[in-house]
Design a protein around this ligand. Structure first.
Ligand code: SAH
Length: 244
């Protein structure tokens, strides 16, 4: 199942456009984080077309945290910092690559769109399992929010309109198992006394690798167990107060 979330949108018309694109491409679950007021007589409903009957009025107001706990989350961004040293927005997939990877797994995924001007903030993108960017002109890669959602959902249509999934699609570990694995990696970083300044970055890097890999429940459990044991073997760092 694929859901859509919009974080911090200011313009009701964009929310309406997104609801319409969702209905056009066979999606129905819309989540709004910190939404603008959606007046039934206003632009959101005006722009929503037939989605004014269902997708838009059924939208659920929620928090980003609730979404990351429940879904495999995919953040969208125009600005990608194409550089492996900074991995808040890198590596990223194109929408078509995302479709190809989701075809092979059974998962509940949420595509997350950002604010009109600043998009998703770095600390919001940091908690996403994956990042997607629509390839566009280097000179001006920033699409309008509603149009960006339309392009992404168009690219995913094989999964949503046609409901096509690979016959041998694997069961992906659910989000709580993935979160448990990520937490265990965090505990290992602590146990090996990984430098404070690098822990957050290392944790994010791990989350993204796991996010793109779509581990099965068994893979997630096995890796988690290994990380836990590794942490138990870690030698605590010597402290000054220790006897010599
Ligand atoms: N500087 C912001 C631009 C915000 S545009 C950024 O880097 O994302 C508003 C929203 O539209 C974004 O949060 C994203 O959800 C979507 N969007 C705009 N252009 C996009 C693109 N080229 N690829 C993917 N999403 C895009």
């Amino acid at each position: 199942m694929i859901a859509v979330a919009v974080v911090g949108a200011k313009t009701p018309g964009n929310v309406g456009t997104i609801a319409r694109a969702m209905k056009n491409f066979g999606l129905s679950e819309l989540y709004l984080v910190d939404p603008p007021e959606l007046d039934p007589e206003g632009d959101a409903y005006g722009f929503a077309g037939h989605a004014r009957e269902d997708v838009l009025p059924n939208a659920t107001e929620t928090t980003l945290e609730t979404l990351t706990e429940r879904f495999h989350t995919v953040g969208t961004t125009a600005v990608t910092n194409e550089d492996a040293r900074s991995h808040v927005r890198y590596p990223y997939r194109t929408p078509a690559e995302l479709r190809d990877s989701l075809r092979d797994v059974k998962t509940d995924t949420c595509i997350v769109f950002g604010r009109e001007r600043v998009g998703l903030l770095n600390d919001e993108l940091a908690v996403m399992d994956e990042v997607v960017s629509i390839p566009a002109s280097d000179e001006y890669p920033v699409l309008n929010l509603g149009q960006a959602a339309t392009v992404v959902l168009y690219e995913l249509r094989e999964l949503t309109v046609d409901s096509y999934q690979h016959p041998d699609a694997i069961e992906r570990a659910d989000e709580s198992e993935i979160a448990g694995l990520n937490e265990q990696f965090g505990a290992l970083l602590e146990a090996i006394n990984h430098p404070d300044g690098k822990r957050e970055k290392a944790g994010r890097l791990f989350r993204r690798v796991v996010g793109r890999a779509h581990p099965t429940p068994r893979e997630a459990r096995t890796l988690r167990g290994i990380l836990r044991r590794a942490g138990e073997y870690a030698v605590p760092p010597a402290t000054d107060t220790e006897e010599r």
